[in-house]
Ligand binder design. Structure first.
Ligand code: TRP
Length: 384
């Protein structure tokens, strides 16, 4: 029944993801019980991310914590390819990063890869589309609550010109065979895409401290290259912490897809759309009839509404466990569980959109467009 074939690359996620196998294939580390205990203490209210194994894999996270303990500090880097409207599956990464910023009081660099999305041929986006989605996505990102004094949004087409000398140093050390092996580039790939990895590596070198990158594991191939070249350039190897994918509404396989709107809930879906999508399309681990459900109970592991509560919408462990038990025992019906999720999602989206409106006035404050380079004295940005 379980599909053993799955694909995870920076451009594609398909099938039922086997996370243990990804750790082996990508050569990352599982989060050890010792590291988890340490992190849980440090993370306070955000510790559920570790306890529930939403962060399941890492590179050098132990060294990041050591730097933190020693007072050397570290910085965070994450990003978004502005290819369309953002949905619930995209925003988790930013909330997680914001929680890390709250706890560790670090600088955060957020790369908006409008260049990458323009270059990706299969997306067929006009340049102006990428600019439009960059503007829209930036509002959603600011709305997650980043600290304006420590957060820098780097939109590639505005920013990389000022960093070109450093990009050249990166590019010179990456050979074609390596990118071909890592990303599967072929003779058909445009040369913009072949150059692009230098640009996604750049923000990891913006400070002479260790960089921790929270991202889904599909971005890890970039960090593998970064780790080959960073020390040679006088910087730290990037550290990473990988999160799982929020499953699509329609089942525990594949990824939410913009071409199938029923698989995802968009940040601007109205209340009625949210209820309809959850009621009609959310994959249920419940039984076919109420009688059977009462007798046999539901399966929370397969139930997408439960999984969404687990991964994002119910940080309170005791409430979550009660819901799990009620569902497993059949006390809680599928329709009732869906109702719980729908109310949580609707409440979250109302608050998100409220903060999103407020974000409109703050964009300039967050954007690092290179012209403001002089103001970067507040960080350790290396003078190029
Ligand atoms: N390539 C990513 C995307 O398509 C965007 C991105 C750039 C990113 N830098 C990152 C994501 C760092 C995570 C961490 O969405």
């Amino acid at each position: 029944m379980t599909d053993k074939r799955f694909v995870v690359t920076p451009w594609e996620v398909a099938g039922a993801v086997d996370y243990d196998r990804l750790i082996r294939e990508f050569g990352t580390q599982p989060i050890s019980p010792e590291l988890a205990t340490r992190l849980e203490v440090l993370l306070g209210p955000a510790s559920y991310l570790v306890r529930r194994k939403i962060f399941f894999s890492h590179r050098d996270l132990n060294l990041v914590l050591k730097d933190y303990d020693k007072g050397r500090g570290f910085f965070l880097y994450t990003g978004r390819g502005p290819s369309g409207p953002m949905h619930i599956g995209h925003i988790g990464q930013f909330y997680f990063t914001k929680l890390l910023q709250d706890e560790f009081k670090t600088n955060v660099y957020i790369q908006i890869t409008d260049d990458e999305k323009f270059l990706e041929v299969k997306r067929n986006l006009a340049y102006m589309d990428t600019q439009h989605w960059a503007d829209e996505n930036i509002l959603d990102i600011i709305a997650t609550g980043f600290d304006p004094d420590r957060t820098f949004i780097l939109q590639d087409t505005e920013f990389v010109g000022h960093a070109y000398p450093l990009i050249l140093k990166i590019a010179k050390r990456i050979n074609y065979n390596l990118t071909k092996a890592v990303f599967g580039f072929t003779g058909e790939t445009n040369v913009g895409m072949i150059f692009y990895p230098s640009i996604q590596i750049l923000p990891s070198l913006l400070e002479k401290r260790r960089c921790l990158i929270p991202s889904a594991i599909d971005q890890d191939p970039y960090w593998r290259i970064q780790r080959d070249i960073a020390e040679g350039l006088g910087y730290f190897k990037a550290a990473a912490v990988h999160s799982k994918f929020l499953p699509p509404l329609t089942g525990t396989q594949d990824k939410m897809s913009s071409s199938k709107p029923e698989t995802a809930i968009y940040l601007n879906d109205d209340d009625k759309t949210v209820r309809t999508k959850i009621n009609k399309h959310a994959f249920s681990g419940g039984q076919a009839t109420v009688e059977e459900h009462r007798r046999l109970g539901g399966n929370p592991d397969l139930d997408v509404p439960f999984q969404w509560l687990y991964m994002f919408f119910e940080p309170d462990d005791s409430k979550l466990e009660k819901t799990r038990e009620d569902y497993r025992s059949g006390r809680l019906l599928t329709g009732e569980l869906k109702q719980i999720l729908a109310e949580k999602v609707i409440g979250f989206l109302h608050e998100h959109r409220h903060r999103r409106e407020a974000a409109r006035a703050k964009v300039r404050q967050f954007k690092y467009d290179g012209i403001l380079a002089q103001k970067m004295w507040k960080t350790d940005f290396e003078k190029l």
